[in-house]
Design a protein around this ligand. Structure first.
Ligand SMILES: Nc1ncnc2c1ncn2[C@@H]1O[C@H](COP(=O)(O)OP(=O)(O)OP(=O)(O)O)[C@@H](O)[C@H]1O
Ligand SMILES: [Mg+2]
Length: 246
């Protein structure tokens, strides 16, 4: 985790400030491939910030850098003090959900085991309390407790993605980064997941970074939208919702 003492000059509380972020992947140590170039943005408390851009523009790289994955980068990322000082605290504070519901879950684990693990590791829920808490998480993502004994192969794509959301919620994160989490789903299930995110945002006070190719979906959920093009922020729409036509 990289936290530096960067002051953000604005009225709203920032949870994450990104300044002059450059990132690259080393190609066999021979040549460095610059992916992000001087990226600047803030993620404000309580908002949903949309991040759009063509395939390969660097959206997932931003997500990886923000959660502390090992991507070589320079620049400054400031996290609000409640992100904590330890890796464990930081993992609780920000959760990343990725695109594929099929690979995100351990195929050998039941839904119960998948949700039990973060509850016991991060929230120290007792063995007796775990079942109730797993049921609460399933209710939060609008799934019946009947799925508890199933493994991923016995769930639909939409159900798997709901379990991935429930697993992220299990640690009570402040920030949720959703990287293309609806792109593998059909349009009806996509809308259900969007509605779910919107209701969770309101009920749990979540702050969202919502990454997607799907402009209508980003417009539906986001307060502000930034666009990444070839590793740079090209368009930055401020307070109002962005229109794809403008
Ligand atoms: N581990 C890696 N090693 C080398 N290059 C990588 C690695 N991961 C991604 N890249 C390259 O970095 C660039 C940005 O990738 P990234 O996954 O951030 O794009 P993206 O905007 O999320 O694309 P998509 O919309 O397809 O998910 C791409 O050119 C990609 O090939
Ligand atoms: Mg991506």
């Amino acid at each position: 985790m990289k936290t530096e003492n960067l002051q953000c000059r604005h009225n709203r509380a920032s949870l994450i400030c990104v300044r002059n972020l450059c990132a690259c992947y080393s190609a066999s140590g021979v040549q460095e491939n610059k992916i992000l170039q001087n990226v600047n943005f803030d993620l404000f408390a309580g908002e949903c910030l949309g991040l759009v851009g063509e395939s390969g523009s660097g959206k997932s790289t931003i997500a990886r850098v923000l959660v502390g994955a090992p991507v070589s980068h320079t620049g400054t990322i400031w996290y609000a003090p409640d992100a904590g000082k330890s890796r464990l605290e930081f993992c609780r504070w920000v959760q990343l959900i990725t695109q594929s519901p099929h690979t995100a879950l351990d195929p050998m684990w039941t839904v119960f085991k998948t949700l039990k693990e973060p509850l016991q590791i991060h929230r120290k829920i007792s063995r007796e309390g775990v079942r109730d808490e797993v049921e609460n998480l399933l209710a939060a993502v609008h799934l019946s407790k009947d799925v508890m004994g199933r493994k991923p192969a016995e769930l639909s794509g939409g159900q798997k993605q709901r379990i991935a959301v429930a697993r992220a919620l299990a640690v009570r994160p402040r920030v949720l980064i959703c990287d293309e989490i609806i792109s593998a789903l059909d349009s009806c299930v996509r809308h259900e997941i969007l509605e779910l995110l919107q209701s969770l945002r309101a009920s749990r006070g979540l702050t969202l970074l919502f990454i997607s190719h799907d402009i209508p979906a980003v417009e539906f959920l986001s307060d502000r939208i930034i666009m990444l093009e070839d590793g740079r922020i090209r368009t930055f729409r401020g307070e109002s919702k962005w229109s794809a036509r403008s």
